[in-house]
Design a protein around this ligand. Sequence first.
Ligand code: 5GP
Ligand code: ZN
Length: 114
Amino acid sequence: MEDCLFCRIASGTIPARKAYEDDALVAFHDLNPQAPVHVLVIPRKHIATVNDLTAEDEATVGAMVRRAAAIARDLGHAEAGYRTVFNCNAAAGQTVFHIHLHLLAGRDLTWPPG
Ligand code: 5GP
Ligand code: ZN
């Protein structure tokens, strides 16, 4: 989608500090990090919210979660721990309507989240 920020990051039209990319996924560092490590993992396919996922997206979502785990491991946070989060719609504070898995690591994270 031309007017989607994360489609534009995925295509390279808008720059981002990328942590990983392949045919299906892109991972990049958040512009406004909420932890020492704050990476967003996105599919190249435009999907607005988690509500819009279909059965054909299951492999992609699985790959997103496993990629977040691999990045956490590569950055040395697998053992200490980290958080992965999908925000969906207004009550959860979703601001970019192209699904993204937040990976947060490098500090103790409180629960419940705000
Ligand atoms: P949401 O609130 O939708 O779950 O998360 C959107 C995230 O995207 C936020 O953490 C925000 O800081 C990040 N973000 C918004 N615009 C940009 C951008 O242009 N570049 C990068 N790297 N991150 C962005
Ligand atoms: Zn998009």
